[in-house]
Design a binder for this molecule. Structure first.
Ligand code: ATP
Ligand code: MG
Length: 461
């Protein structure tokens, strides 16, 4: 499983704090348990000591002992055990309690050091001390004292349950607060990511901003900006190079083309030469259109379009297109169907918009087989002028669709070999549409025909 940095941070944060908290709880629990145990042992030893002082050396027995049954002395119970494991006097309470140590076991315990043990009796807990009696430097047996400790045990259990449940709540709180903190800390990263995501070739001049330029992320944003600056420079000089080269090639090509076009019409040139020359002229025509397209693509928007575009009649341009496409489609006997809403006005460059429409029509004719149909429609769509050209042709495979608007992109050379384009037509269309603040969309599927929709803001007068 791949975790995000945010996920990793919150897990590390939770684990570290949880470990610290668990350690702290364990130490605290043991400290409380230890203080309970010391208190119990002190109490046991005090009582045992007091009782051992009642041993009378002369009579070799205990004197003045308090009562010792459940009713008379609820605080502690005791018994006196002789070195031979018999009792100095009967201890009725101990005969009721089944889990106390047997007198023979007591008789095996140390004669100098007290021995502590705990036992449970019908869900009640008790602590016991077996205390050796050495009054008058002579060993006379043991005093055993028992006190109830159920209350203390309960408190300890309660503390354990409390710590456990609080622990779960705290872990959950830690996890969510960790996530929140991680999100807060990483928010600038997301902000930078979004800004970087919005940068593409057309707005390489934009720069990334960060909330705090002097922190690590601010420095990262700074490095990005330097990279952008270098990219922008490289991109600009590349565009400039294409623009300059195309510009330099344009004039000689036009001269060449004019010469050859004149020559080809001369009757005194043998027919088979004229055939070759005509094919050269065709090649020159293709080259000039390539140069024109390159010039358009390499120029900045400001370079080719004036600031304030004039209002033009889109409907008239579409009518003109219809006339031209009829000529284009004639050789393939394609049927052209047309529906034009009159007087649709937009702000635009007439020549460029016509170039756009012609590129689309050229594709529709090229990529649609003989005897099929092509639909052309111009209509209003809210605040847009909507131009739709739909053909019944070979279509574009789904995997190629996202790329057809890129420069020099042609799908599988074999299917378009005969059509002889450069793959610049749609890139030019996209540039023109974007310069008119419009949108271009393509719907297509293999053998399902292609629909191209161009939307340009309407102009109302
Ligand atoms: P150019 O327009 O530069 O002469 P081109 O037509 O190959 O060359 P684009 O117009 O950019 O280049 O089109 C790119 C590719 O998209 C084409 O090669 C073609 O495969 C595909 N394509 C474009 N329009 C259609 C269409 N109407 N039907 C099917 N495929 C199309
Ligand atoms: Mg084309």
């Amino acid at each position: 499983m791949k975790l995000t940095i945010r996920g990793k941070l919150s897990i590390v944060y939770t684990v570290v704090l949880f470990t610290l908290l668990t350690g702290f709880c364990i130490i605290l629990y043991h400290a409380i348990a230890f203080s309970f145990q010391s208190k119990t042992r002190n109490e046991l030893l005090t009582n045992a000591h007091k009782l051992s002082e009642r041993f009378d050396n002369k009579s070799q027995t205990f004197t003045d002992l308090p009562e010792n049954d459940f009713n008379a002395n609820p605080l502690y119970w005791f018994r006196m055990i002789k070195p031979d494991a018999s009792l100095y006097r009967p201890a009725p309470v101990f005969s009721v309690m089944k889990n106390t140590a047997s007198t023979s076991k007591v008789a095996q315990s140390s004669k100098t050091e007290p021995w502590f043990y705990n036992f449970e009796e019908e869900s009640q807990w008790f602590s016991s001390v077996v205390f050796p009696v050495n009054e008058g430097k002579q060993f006379s047996g043991w005093v055993e004292v028992v006190i109830p400790v159920t209350e203390g045990k309960r408190i300890l259990n309660y503390i354990a349950v409390l710590m456990f449940s609080l622990g779960i709540v705290i872990v959950l709180l830690l996890f969510f607060s960790g996530r929140f903190l991680a999100r807060k800390t990483l928010a600038p990263v997301e902000q930078i990511r979004k800004q970087v995501d919005d940068i593409y070739e057309k707005n390489l001049s934009s720069r990334i901003t960060s909330p705090n330029p002097s922190d690590e992320l601010g420095q990262l944003a700074g490095t990005f900006n330097l990279l952008l600056q270098r990219l922008e420079k490289a991109f600009d000089s590349q565009q400039q190079f294409i623009a300059d080269a195309s510009h330099e090639l344009k004039t000689p090509l036009t001269i060449l083309r004019t010469h050859w076009e004149k020559l080809v019409t001369q009757k005194d040139i043998p027919y088979h030469y004229r055939i070759h020359m005509q094919s050269d002229v065709d090649e020159l025509v293709r080259l000039s259109s390539l140069i024109n397209n390159l010039l358009l693509l390499a120029s900045t928007k400001e370079g080719i379009f004036p600031d304030e575009l004039p209002i033009i009649n889109f409907s008239k341009l579409t009518h003109a297109l219809y006339d031209d496409i009829l000529v284009l489609a004639e050789s393939k006997n394609q049927q052209i169907r047309v529906s034009i809403t009159e007087n649709i006005l937009i702000k635009g460059d007439k020549t460029r918009i016509y170039q756009l429409l012609l590129n689309l029509a050229d594709n529709a004719v090229k990529y649609t087989p003989q005897n099929e149909w092509i639909d052309i429609r111009l209509q209003h769509d809210n605040l847009w002028a909507e131009f739709i050209i739909k053909d019944n042709g070979i279509g574009i495979p789904e995997k190629n669709l996202p790329h057809v608007l890129e420069r020099f992109y042609r799908i599988d050379k074999s299917r378009s070999r005969k059509t002889g384009g450069y793959g610049l037509g749609l890139a030019v269309c996209k540039t023109i549409v974007e310069a008119h603040k419009g949108r271009i969309t393509i719907n297509s599927g293999i053998n399902q025909g292609t629909t191209l929709i161009v939307k340009i803001p309407l102009e109302t007068v």
